[in-house]
Design a protein around this ligand. Structure first.
Ligand code: NAD
Length: 494
């Protein structure tokens, strides 16, 4: 078995890791820096440039030059080949990428490794999309030899802003469709997890990406992020993160009316019907919320269970949760890794005390996990609240931690109404062995993705995104590349 600990010791040594602008690796113009720390133990992995508006200016100018220059000469087939070469490099360096992610943001190594199929699939799926973009010849009402047709053009310079909870998949899902369509990118990773994104830029550069096509500016949201969102030289913003930041970005983008796609937060319901296969449903419903310590936008954090089976099901989910192994992501048997930062840990603690004070009871968990090896980071026991009502803050607000709220229901009409009574609409899970019930629920739930007898399935070929305040625009599927394209109508009087 691979010795991840030994590999970890050599990957990051606390030294300076530059950002990537116009094919060059450099410090911030201001020469300011910020730390990159391992959330599992608080050790410093590296120092990063703290970029600001002036670095964003440089990156946007480089992206514009590349867009109008060398990159525009690439044929779709050359872009396809480049994406396929990048996929090969990813495959060769996959373990290092995963190790970097685990060190930088805490995701258990087993989970990062398991994302390989999805991430390589993304690169190869968009390689296929690169040669599938085409316009149409359209009949018109004009008499005579007047022809009308459309061509699809890349939208231009894309600004991408991503959160910290899935840096590999999160960045590839922004970069790959941009490269497929001929756009160029300025990406601002989260200040909490930039290291793997820089590694991805290095891999893409080595695979032959021309200078300026991809630029990574590290820095904070308030400085580099806000500057990118409002930059007049950016044609489109693609953002994944919290709903509040999404709203700020949409406002900032109005200056030059740049196009915007937003993948935001959620408070996703998991509905367990009385005919569910309990043995299969318990682990899936538990991991729907506890995977990645609950730090997933699609976390299924409202557990609605049919009253007839509620007590037994909740007890079994709690049992399952209490046996999950809490620890450093680097240990191969870890199920629940650290929370990314002290700020997030305080937020979670706030909900752990709000629940009981609003009347919820702790079925399992309820607090921090401490002990040998856990003291340098922020770890939490997976928590199941019982006796929850729809009005409680734990049932309404996104916690982004390993916390779920169990609630009984009596009828399908009732549970649909309660599940949909949220400003969010990102995802939902349904457990039932009755096909008709499953279909009925899937059709009536207001969510961008509904999983039946499963959870978390995301695939590059299948659209993913939110309804309501979980955002707009879709990632994945053929419609994803539409977000990176403009349509031009061409008229010819022959
Ligand atoms: P966040 O919104 O605080 O930050 C996300 C990114 O936006 C970071 O890079 C940050 O630096 C940047 N940012 C912050 N303020 C900004 C501003 N004013 N202008 C421009 N950029 C700014 O989110 P987070 O705490 O990093 O991540 C957690 C949130 O992300 C949760 O709400 C979660 O649900 C959501 N999320 C959604 C999805 C999805 O696909 N729907 C996926 C992952 C996470």
């Amino acid at each position: 078995m691979k010795d991840w600990q030994a590999s970890a010791a050599t990957l990051y040594d606390g030294s300076f890791r530059p950002m990537f602008v116009d094919g060059a690796w450099r410090a911030a113009r201001s020469e300011r820096e910020m730390p990159a720390t391992n959330p599992a133990d608080g050790t410093r992995l590296a120092t990063l440039p703290r970029g600001d508006a002036s670095d964003i200016d440089d990156a946007v100018a480089a992206a514009r030059r590349a867009f109008e220059g060398p990159w525009s000469k690439f044929t779709p087939y050359e872009r396809q080949n480049l994406l396929l070469r990048i996929a090969e490099r990813f495959e060769a360096e996959w373990e290092t990428l995963c190790l970097s992610d685990t060190l930088d943001m805490g995701m258990p190594i087993q989970r990062t490794l398991a994302n390989q199929r999805r991430v390589l699939g993304m690169l190869r799926f968009y390689a296929g999309q690169a040669v599938s973009v085409h316009g149409q010849t359209i009949p018109n009402s004009f008499p005579g030899d007047i022809y009308s047709s459309t061509v699809r053009e890349p939208v231009g310079v894309v600004g991408a802003i991503i959160p910290w909870n899935a840096p590999i998949a999160g960045s590839v899902w922004k970069i790959a469709p941009a490269l497929a369509t001929g756009c160029t990118v300025v990406l601002k990773p989260s200040e909490e997890a930039s290291l793997t994104v820089l590694m991805i830029a290095r891999i893409m550069q080595e695979a032959g990406l021309p200078d300026g096509v991809l630029n990574i500016v590290t820095g904070t949201g308030a400085e580099a992020g806000a500057a990118l969102a409002e930059h007049p030289g950016v044609d489109k913003i693609v953002f994944t993160g919290s709903t509040a930041t999404g709203q700020a970005i949409a406002r900032a983008a109005t200056g030059n009316l740049k196009r915007v796609s937003l993948e935001l937060g959620g408070k996703s319901p998991v509905i367990v019907c009385r005919d569910a296969d309990m043995d299969k449903a318990v682990p899936v419903a538990a991991m729907a919320v506890f995977a990645n310590s609950g730090q997933i936008c699609i976390a299924g954090s409202r557990l609605f269970v049919a009253r007839e089976i509620h007590d037994e099901f909740v007890r079994r989910v709690a049992d399952y949760a209490s046996k999950l192994k809490i620890g450093h992501g680097i240990a191969t048997d870890t199920d629940i890794g650290p929370i990314i930062s002290a700020r997030q840990a305080e937020r979670i603690e706030g909900y752990l005390s709000a629940g009981p004070s609003e009347g919820a009871e702790v079925v399992t968990g309820g607090g921090r996990a401490t002990g040998t090896g856990l003291d340098g980071g922020h770890f939490f026991h997976p928590t199941v609240f019982g006796g929850v009502t729809d009005e409680m803050s734990v049932a309404r607000e996104e916690i982004f931690g390993p916390v779920t709220s169990a609630m009984p229901f009596d009828t399908l009409d009732e549970v649909v109404a309660r599940a949909n009574a949220t400003p969010y609409g990102l995802a939902a899970g349904v457990f039932s062995t009755h096909l008709g019930t499953a279909h009925k629920l899937a059709n009536r739930l207001k969510a961008g993705s509904v999983w039946v007898n499963m959870y978390h399935a995301i695939d590059p070929a299948v659209p993913f995104g939110g309804m309501k305040m979980s955002g707009y625009g879709r990632e994945g599927g053929a419609e994803h590349v539409e977000e990176y394209l403009d349509t031009k109508a061409i008229w010819i009087n022959a």
